[in-house]
Design a binder for this molecule. Structure first.
Ligand code: GRF
Length: 195
């Protein structure tokens, strides 16, 4: 059975959808840990409720960035990580981790990449930009993480309409609903491709 490690920085509703899919057997894997860059977030509470080990790692507390990278790689090794699922993780993933886990890091992004991806497009800003550009549709994208931010190969997308009376919040909620369906499904399929 494969081991998934989730990275989250906030609410962790996508993390929850992965937990639920594992617990119901839709994903044939274990979640061996949660990495967060800060304390006090809801994702950590969710991990606690489901007995998932957690580790808070923030590069700012390390004198040397390389020490942070080493610590992160060590933790991932301890958790015997097969797949990393980024779920609303707002920090840069060190290149050493991307190299070590090549093709083994997935990300979910709340737009139809390549549109509204890259630097500055995160959280509500994505949905604000989609509405400001008068897009007829938006959605979410699951992609493999590479060194090029938000640019790795797309695995799957789900689309939703953008309504004329949408606010960034109503659009975010419509997209998030799709995220919770799509991410566990893609993870389950992707795991079958890993050796
Ligand atoms: C989601 O919209 C995800 O696409 C993006 O960050 C948000 C995280 O939400 N990367 P949550 O923490 O999973 O609720």
């Amino acid at each position: 059975m494969k081991n998934i490690v989730v990275f989250a920085s906030g609410s962790g509703s996508n993390f929850q959808s992965i937990i639920d899919a594992v617990e119901s057997g839709k994903i044939n894997a274990r979640i061996t840990g949660l990495i967060s860059n800060k304390d006090g977030i809801k994702a950590l509470e969710r991990a606690g409720r489901h007995n998932i080990p957690t580790r808070i790692l923030n590069e700012s507390v390390f004198e040397d960035y390389q020490d942070y990278e080493k610590e992160l790689l060590l933790q991932l090794a301890v958790w015997d990580t097969d797949l990393i699922a980024l779920a609303g993780y707002l920090r840069k993933i060190p290149v050493s981790v991307i190299n070590r886990y090549e093709h083994r890091i997935l990300n979910i992004h709340p737009s139809l990449l390549p549109k509204f991806g890259g630097k500055g497009f995160y959280g509500i800003k994505v949905h604000q930009a989609v509405i400001a550009s008068k897009e007829a549709e938006s959605g979410c994208t699951i992609h493999v993480v590479t060194k090029e931010f938000d640019e790795g190969p797309v695995l799957e997308q789900s689309k939703v309409p953008v309504k004329s009376d949408d606010t960034p919040q109503t659009l975010a909620a419509r997209v998030l609903e799709q995220e919770h369906i799509l991410y566990p499904k893609v993870i389950a399929n992707y795991l079958t491709t890993l050796d």
